[in-house]
Design a binder for this molecule. Structure first.
Ligand code: MN
Length: 233
């Protein structure tokens, strides 16, 4: 195959205990999936039950990953860059209209990630009914740890999801607080698009989101499974 210029290299993530890497196809994110975070964002609790999950996406080339402390550049056009710590689901298989029962069999593994957000741009977009893309899908907006395969960590449904900034706890939630559980998220998303191996799903963030500035060091942990360290530069 000839191209008019060299194609962008395939983005990928490391896999714990495996020299082979996980090729990233698409990055899906679930909005407002923990009630305590929905409240802090001013979304109204539904007494009659939860609203269906909703999704947004980040470009695959927005991914930042690697060993040790990851430098992330403070992005342009914002005065309010927020951290959102999230469990990330990595799919090793896909399909359309996947049932809740079948959904776990699609999962290759789990990771911890940051859904970095230009909160001021997102808020402006919400006000105007505009898309969230420029608030959510900017360069380096998706950070992710290595992937831990289901074969070694199973399917974590509870456990601490925590983020510190400069050593101080900002977010301290539990996976059990997820409104839509991972199999439900996969089933719902697969009704909207045909899922595929290589897809990542950021599963939402607990309360405590807040601003970071250049020089800040963020440390995130997903129970005993995964961790991540980022410096804003
Ligand atoms: Mn998020």
């Amino acid at each position: 195959m000839n191209y008019v210029f060299p194609p962008f290299p395939q983005p990928s993530l490391a896999v714990a205990g495996n020299s082979a890497r996980f090729p990233i196809r698409r990055i899906f994110c679930v909005g407002r999936n923990y009630a305590d975070h929905a409240r802090e964002m001013g979304a109204v609790d539904q007494a009659s039950g939860m609203e269906p999950p909703f999704f947004f996406m980040k470009p695959t080339d927005a991914m930042v990953s690697g060993d040790g402390e990851l430098p992330v550049s403070y992005p342009p056009c914002t005065q309010n860059l927020h951290h959102e710590v999230e469990m990330v689901v990595a799919l090793g298989a896909g399909g359309a209209n996947v049932t809740i029962d079948a959904a776990p069999s699609l999962i290759f593994g789990y990771a911890i990630g940051l859904d970095l957000t230009r909160r001021d741009l997102q808020a402006r977009a919400k006000e105007k009914g505009h898309p969230w893309d420029m608030g959510k899908g900017f360069d380096q907006s998706a950070v992710c740890s290595e992937i831990h395969p289901v074969t070694s960590v199973g399917h974590p449904a509870n456990g601490r999801l925590c983020l510190t900034v400069n050593g101080r706890i900002r977010q301290d939630g539990d996976l059990a607080g997820m409104g839509w559980k991972v199999p439900e998220i996969i089933a719902n998303l697969s009704s909207l698009v045909c899922l595929a191996a290589g897809d990542l799903i950021y599963t939402g963030t607990p309360a405590g989101v807040g601003a970071v500035v250049p020089g800040d060091v963020l440390e995130a942990t997903l129970t005993t499974i995964a961790s991540l360290r980022v410096r804003i530069v």
